[in-house]
Design a protein around this ligand. Sequence first.
Ligand SMILES: C[C@](O)(C(=O)O)[C@H](CC(=O)O)C(=O)O
Ligand SMILES: [Mg+2]
Length: 299
Amino acid sequence: MATPTEKRRRLRAGLASGRLQRLPGAFSPLAAKAAADHGFDGVYVSGAALAADLALPDIGLTTLTEVAGRGGQIARATDLPTLIDADTGFGEVSNVARTIASFEDAGLAGCHLEDQVNPKRCGHLDGKQVVPAAEMVRRVAAAVKARTDPGFVVCARTDARAIEGLDAAIDRAKAYVDAGADMVFPEAMRDEAEFAAFRAAVDVPLLANMTEFGASPNLTARQLEDLGYNLVIWPVSSLRAAMGAVDELFAALRSEGTQASVVDRMQTRARLYDLVDYASYNEFDQELFNFDVPGGHHE
Ligand SMILES: C[C@](O)(C(=O)O)[C@H](CC(=O)O)C(=O)O
Ligand SMILES: [Mg+2]
């Protein structure tokens, strides 16, 4: 297994490579395993998906303990670097430092921290508010100062586009970079030209959020790489796909009284066992317990 330090190095190397790092959201450790099996560069832990999984809206109700705990379970499931959503940092500036310590302990490779006020909301909804840039600068500085592994990636997200406009969002991003942010997440860009304007203005690696049903167009990985973006997240997609399938299954069970019509779209038992590496546990077991029993048979 890769150590957290190795995973952080790998994320940084990916960001410096000029190749777009593709990080699908994984709502569970098993979903992270599937992402690794499909050859992605990393895993993303979405605050929105984590809240939704607890049947909560994405308005800052989840706690640091819940988020770091779930993030750690997901990070440990694979050798891939895992980037997590820190929302507004789970409190005031002093809390941000503790948040980073918890995320490092959980084995996460990095996080993004945003400039919204508390309570925050989804970056693609109306009615957002941002804190003054100076306050976000203090959040970023606290995060950078708190990390003990210099490899841990601190990404500053600005939600200012929707409130103060593109130029102000770019100015904020520059101030956050000056405060030590390793990368920038320009939230809710309206079109390709806005993604490009951010690229032209900011020198650090950039994250593109390709969430569905939001304010930004869903650009392809190829388009984003051509735009010079360094990392893409599809934050809630796996949860939406899974829950879409759950809704279909439940509808079929209610109307048809059997799962027969959806079984061919289910993950098979064999694929599930493959993802959880059932076979290796079996071997491990036999090494430990495969001893001769008097009168028994051993091969
Ligand atoms: C990226 C995000 O912060 C998340 O929590 O996954 C959300 C995604 C979404 O609500 O679709 C956001 O963009 O605010
Ligand atoms: Mg979020």
